[in-house]
Design a protein around this ligand. Structure first.
Ligand code: PHE
Length: 447
């Protein structure tokens, strides 16, 4: 495949597009869940450390590879490795990224399906008359019903793969970019509401006053995986964005802006959700249902709550819809480069992802007792494997490629922030990010 020649129209366009890939379920659903499960502020602190030492440097590495290669991941890696006189087997890293995207999309689609259910429930005024306890048990009852969960998973995946098959992702992305500020606005509104609740101070203490005894090996491991997941780093998705990045744009400035926005969205969601947790005397470690149980309670309290909650889920779904298109697109492109028709590739990937989503979808009902490793449910496995294991391994290899394999001058030009910055970045990746990643991964496998 030849080099791509199109470029993003402006510097802002690149930042908005990457923010679109970064902001999604990771910020609003998984961040509060993980923070609640791993002791609050201690987790947040670790996550920020990993974001700075691993997330940002590897994000630069990943976009840089795309920008220097100006091709899809497999081809960019093969091409850059060959130009540097290194093994063309580096192309396999692109395939590994594709497998990671496949696993991520499988549970992403199931959870986005939960949002479809909640959108319909919200608009039908279902939550308005319910007590917090009823809202909590309604979520469990929904998850325990395989038919409803599967229906929504199927619907969401169908919507995603149709857009990919028809190749109209660009239009949807523009709509997403246009509407995302509204999602941020709703979050600001929620934080304003949180301020009026009795749990607000407790939420701030929970999020910002670390209890270092909460730093378990699992917390460290989850925080590292989450730093990759939330920035959409480690699965090659951002290489594609890099391929369209204008030559004169500074990469570090762009990624720092994206990371700040990404953390801001997560923090707003966290403040809103934990204020409700503490004012309702709920447990912060209520698992993956945390967002789905707390937000309806918050909105039920506001005038016109059903509509606001509906609007929230519409915007969240739009965000997850575009994120999942970003997850699916590179896989379909990869099959396409083998000569397969686009629609056929989309159907095959869609069917594969649907099947792969079954363990997540049924983990809370008919397969709730299936626990192959310790007490982890199938849902825990389906999220932990790609997020906490595959993304960091992919990130490690991407970082290694960018800092040790690629030609220095090419890499330096692709960063677009001068030779000095490139040297600093390379030193950080070589002597901080890569060793840290290896230590945490090895430590986890040994523990
Ligand atoms: N960053 C996205 C989120 O937070 C998820 C994602 C991961 C998207 C990897 C693309 C690639 O929801």
């Amino acid at each position: 495949m030849s080099e791509v020649v199109e470029r993003w129209g402006s510097r802002r366009a690149f930042i908005i597009a990457v923010t679109g890939a970064a902001v999604g379920l990771g910020n609003i659903w998984r961040f509060p869940w993980m923070t609640g499960e791993n002791g609050g502020a201690a987790f947040l602190m670790l996550y920020v450390v990993f974001l700075v030492l691993l997330g940002l440097p590897v994000m630069i590495a990943e976009i840089m590879i795309g920008r220097a290669g100006r091709r899809t991941p497999i081809q960019a890696l093969t091409h850059l490795a060959r130009d540097a006189g290194k093994s063309r087997h580096w192309g396999w890293l692109g395939l590994f990224c594709g497998v990671t995207l496949f696993f991520i999309l499988s549970f992403y689609s199931v959870v986005s399906g939960w949002s479809i259910e909640y959108l319909v429930d919200a608009l039908s005024g279902h939550f308005a008359s319910q007590s917090p306890q009823e809202i909590g048990s309604a979520f469990d009852a929904f998850l325990a019903s395989p038919g409803r969960v599967l229906f929504n998973h199927t619907l969401f995946l169908f919507l995603t793969m149709s857009v990919v098959a028809l190749g109209v992702g660009g239009g949807l992305e523009r709509l997403n970019n246009l509407l995302m500020p509204l999602l941020y606005l709703l979050l600001v509104l929620l934080v304003g509401y949180a301020f009026t609740t009795s749990g607000f101070t407790a939420a701030l203490a929970w999020l910002f006053m670390p209890d270092l005894s909460a730093l378990t090996p699992m917390a460290i491991f989850n925080a590292m995986g989450h730093a990759f997941f939330t920035l959409a780093v480690g699965a090659g998705a951002l290489m594609t964005y890099g391929a369209y990045m204008p030559d004169d744009q500074s990469l570090p400035r762009a990624v720092v802006t994206v990371a700040i926005l990404d953390v801001a969205v997560a923090l707003m969601a966290g403040i809103a959700i934990f204020s409700i947790v503490f004012s309702q005397n709920m447990a912060p470690d209520s698992g993956p249902g945390l967002m789905f149980v707390t937000l309806p309670i918050a909105f039920a309290d506001l005038p016109g709550g059903a509509l606001w909650l509906g609007a929230f889920f519409v915007l969240l779904l739009l965000a997850t819809w575009t994120s999942s298109i970003n997850l699916a697109e590179p896989m379909v492109a990869m099959l396409g480069s083998l000569g397969m028709a686009r629609w056929l590739a989309a159907v095959l990937i869609g069917v594969g992802v649907w099947l792969m989503g079954l363990p997540s979808a049924l983990s809370f009902s008919i397969w709730s007792d299936v626990r192959p490793f310790g007490d982890m449910t199938l849902f825990d496995l389906a999220t932990t494997l790609p997020i906490d294991i595959m993304l960091p391994i992919g990130g490690l290899l991407i970082a290694f490629f960018a800092a040790w394999v690629m030609e220095g001058t090419r890499a330096s030009m692709a960063i677009g922030a001068g030779e000095r910055f490139y040297r600093h970045w390379r030193a950080v990746v070589r002597w901080v990010s890569i060793p840290l990643l290896v230590v945490v991964l090895v430590g986890f496998f040994l523990s």
